[in-house]
Design a protein around this ligand. Sequence first.
Ligand code: HEM
Length: 221
Amino acid sequence: MDHTEGGEEVLIERYNANERSIHWVTAISFVMLALSGLALFHPALFWLSALFGGGQWMRILHPFIGLVMFSAFSCLALRYWHHKLIDWDDIKWLLHIVDILNNRETGVPEVSRYNAGQKMLFWTLLPCMMLLLASGIVIWRRYFSAYFPIDVLRLAALAHALAAFVLITAILVHIYAGIWIRGTLGAMLHGTVTPGWAHKHHPRWFRSVAKERAAAKPSTD
Ligand code: HEM
C-alpha cells in the first residue's frame, strides 16, 4: 500500500480539532480537580490551595470545574463509546498481554481503532465520572447538601474520594501509555499519526483507513 505523495509520507488523521480541544479541556480540568481535590482531602496538602487563590476560592471553584470536566468527558464518551465495545478478539488480545509487552506479536488478534487496554480504561473512567458527579452534587454545601441526611452526606464523601482515587490512578496509566508508546501523543497534539504507527499498533484500523483512501483517490484510468 502506498502512503506517500510526491515522496512525502502522508500522515493519517486520528483526531480532528474539535476532538482534541474537548480532550484537552477534560485533561486540564482533571489536573485542576486532582490538585484542588487533594488539597481539600488532607491538611498536609492544603498548601496546594495557593494555586487557586487560597482555600475560599478553591472551595468555590472545585465543584464548578467538576461540572466542566463532566460535560467535556460526556462529549468524549458520546463520541467514542461505540469504538470501545469489547469483543472476543479483545479478550484474546488480553490473554496475550505478556507476549505483546515483550514484542512477540505472532498469533495476537489484530487491533482495530483501540486496543483492549484502552477500552477497559474507558469503561473504568465512565462509572468514576458518574459517581463523582452524583456524590459531588450531594456534598456541594452551597446548593444541595442541606437536602440530604448526614448519613447520605458521609456515604457520598466516601464515594467521592474512592471514585477520585480510581480516576487519578486510571489517568496516570493513560498518560504513561500515551507517552510510552512513541507517536501516540502526537495524535492528541496535532491530530495525526504516521502510517507506520497505525500499522504497528492498530493494523485493522490502518487497513480500513487505507481502503477509504484508495476509494477516495481519483481514478487515473
Ligand atoms: C492529562 C494528561 C493527558 C494526556 C497526556 C492524554 C493523552 C492522550 C492521548 C495521547 C490520546 C490518544 C490515544 C490514541 O489515540 O491511541 C488520548 C485519548 C483519549 N483521552 Fe487522554 N490524555 C490526558 C488526560 C485525559 C483525561 C483526564 C481524560 C478523561 C478523564 C482523557 C480521556 C481520553 C479519551 C476518552 C481519549 C480517546 C480515546 C482513548 O481512549 O484513547 N484523557 N489521551
